[in-house]
Design a protein around this ligand. Structure first.
Ligand code: ADE
Ligand code: ZN
Length: 327
C-alpha cells in the first residue's frame, strides 16, 4: 500500500509539468522554446539558470483560470503519490503583480480548485505566501500586505524563496513582522545556497519556526544541536538538492545525519518536474540510500503533520488518517 504522505514545501509554479507550460505557451502564442531541452524537459545547468527558467515558465500563467488548472493538475499528481495534505508556496508577485485585487482573484481560483480536489481526491491544500528574495525587500512589503489581507483558513503561512545570496534576512523583518501580526506562521528558505550563518540569520532575525531546506546547518554541529533543542522543523527536499548539485548523490545527503542528531526533518519535492521527482521517488530513494523502513516514513509524516501551518481541526484530521493507515 502507498504510505500516506504530508508535503510542506512545494512551489505551485515549480510543480507545473513542461507539457502543461508548453500548452499554455501555444495557446497564447508565446515563444518560450529556449527553456526546454531536446526531450522537452526544463533545461538549466545550475540554480541561477533554474530561477530564470522557472520565471520564464511562470510567465505563461497569466490568469486566475490558468492557476486553477495548474492547481488541479498538481493536486492530481500529488494525490497519486499518496499525499494527503500539502502546503504550497504562492506568490502575489506572479499572481497579479502584487496588486491586491488581482491577487484576491487568483487566490479565489486556486482555492476553488483546491476545494474541488479535496472533494474528489481527498487531498487537502493550504497556501504559504512567498515573496521572492532577489526581487528585494520593497516588493516583499507589497507581497506581505497581500498576505496579511488574505490570511485565514487557506493562507496559513508566509515564507521567503528565491536567491539566498541576495540581501540579508534582516532586510525582510518588516514583512515578516506584518505577516506574524496577521496570524501567519513563518518559514524561510535558507541553508541551501548559504551556509550555517544563513540558517542562523533566517531563524533568529525573522523568528521563523520552519526553515526551507536548512540542510547546510550540518556544517556547524552546534547549530544542528540548537535547531534540535528548539524544535525547528526543516523542510528538506533531497531530490532538489541533488538535482541542483548541492550533493553528489542520495547517500551524501545530510537528511539522515540531521535526523539522527535529533532535528525534526520533513520530506518534500520543491519543484518536482524540474528535478524529475515525485514524493514517491523521494521516499524510494531515501529508503534505498539510508535503509529507512515504513516506520521511519510514518514518523516523518507525523512530524510533518504536527509542523503543518493549518488549524487544529485540520491537523487532527490528517493525524487520524495517518494513524488509520498505520493500523
Ligand atoms: N524557488 C523555487 N524553488 C526554489 C529553491 N529550491 N530555492 C529557492 N527558491 C526557489
Ligand atoms: Zn523551495
Amino acid at each position: 500500500m502507498t504510505l500516506p504522505k504530508v508535503e510542506l514545501h512545494l512551489h505551485l509554479e515549480g510543480a507545473a509539468p513542461p507539457a502543461f507550460v508548453r500548452g499554455l505557451a501555444t495557446e497564447k502564442r508565446m515563444d518560450i522554446s529556449g527553456i526546454f531541452d531536446a526531450r522537452g524537459d526544463y533545461a538549466f545547468r545550475d540554480f541561477w539558470e533554474f530561477l530564470k527558467v522557472y520565471e520564464a515558465a511562470t510567465s505563461t500563467l497569466t490568469s486566475p483560470s490558468d492557476y486553477a488548472r495548474l492547481t488541479r493538475a498538481v493536486l492530481e499528481e500529488s494525490a497519486a503519490a499518496g499525499v494527503i495534505y500539502c502546503e504550497t508556496f504562492l506568490s502575489p508577485d506572479f499572481c497579479g503583480g502584487r496588486d491586491l485585487g488581482a491577487w484576491r482573484e487568483h487566490l479565489h481560483a486556486i482555492r476553488e480548485a483546491a476545494d474541488l480536489a479535496e472533494r474528489d481526491l481527498g487531498i487537502i491544500l493550504r497556501g504559504i505566501v512567498t515573496p521572492i528574495r532577489h526581487f528585494g525587500p520593497d516588493k516583499a512589503r507589497e507581497t506581505a500586505l497581500c498576505a496579511a489581507e488574505t490570511a485565514g483558513d487557506f493562507i496559513v503561512g508566509f515564507g521567503l524563496a528565491g536567491d539566498e545570496r541576495a540581501g540579508k534576512p534582516k532586510d525582510f523583518c518588516w514583512s515578516f513582522d506584518l505577516a506574524r501580526e496577521a496570524g501567519l506562521r513563518l518559514t524561510c528558505h535558507a541553508g541551501e545556497w548559504g551556509g550555517p550563518a544563513s540558517v542562523r540569520d533566517a531563524w533568529h532575525d525573522l523568528r521563523v519556526e520552519r526553515i526551507g531546506h536548512g540542510v547546510r546547518a550540518i556544517e556547524d554541529l552546534r547549530l544542528v544541536d540548537e535547531l534540535a533543542e528548539a524544535g525547528v522543523v526543516l523542510e528538506v527536499c533531497p531530490g532538489s538538492n541533488i538535482a541542483l548539485g548541492l550533493y553528489p548523490d542520495w547517500r551524501a545527503h545530510p537528511i539522515a545525519a540531521l535526523r539522527d542528531r535529533g532535528v525534526k526533518v520533513t520530506v518534500s519535492t520543491d519543484d518536482p518536474p524540474f528535478f524529475h521527482t515525485t514524493m514517491t521517488r523521494e521516499y524510494e530513494q531515501l529508503a534505498q540510500a539510508f535503509d529507512w523502513d515504513d516506520k521511519v516514513f510514518q514518523d516523518i509524516a507525523r512530524v510533518s503533520a504536527r509542523a503543518a501551518f493549518c488549524d487544529a481541526d485540520t491537523r487532527s484530521k490528517i493525524l487520524k488518517k495517518l494513524e488509520n493507515a498505520n493500523d
